[in-house]
Design a protein around this ligand. Structure first.
Ligand SMILES: [Zn+2]
Length: 69
């Protein structure tokens, strides 16, 4: 469930719905980057691709805030 969309941009909303299974990832159409805000500690992360975003997110949750594990 996406609950922290700060900018209600129609395109981002569309992407967020399209990738609703990606745990809240948001794709920035203009920079081409993926961003994600940790649901536990509210840390903001970004990555050049969705694949890398997942690696960063897993590293963060396992080693930095341990949220959700
Ligand atoms: Zn966190």
């Amino acid at each position: 469930m996406i609950t922290n969309l700060e900018i209600p941009d129609p395109f981002q909303t569309f992407v967020a719905k399209k990738y609703a299974n990606a745990k809240g990832y948001v794709h920035d159409f203009f920079t081409g980057e993926w961003s994600y805000r940790c649901l536990t500690c509210k840390d903001y992360m970004s990555a050049p691709s969705r694949k890398i975003m997942t690696k960063i997110r897993l590293f963060h949750t396992r080693n930095e805030c341990t949220g959700g594990y």
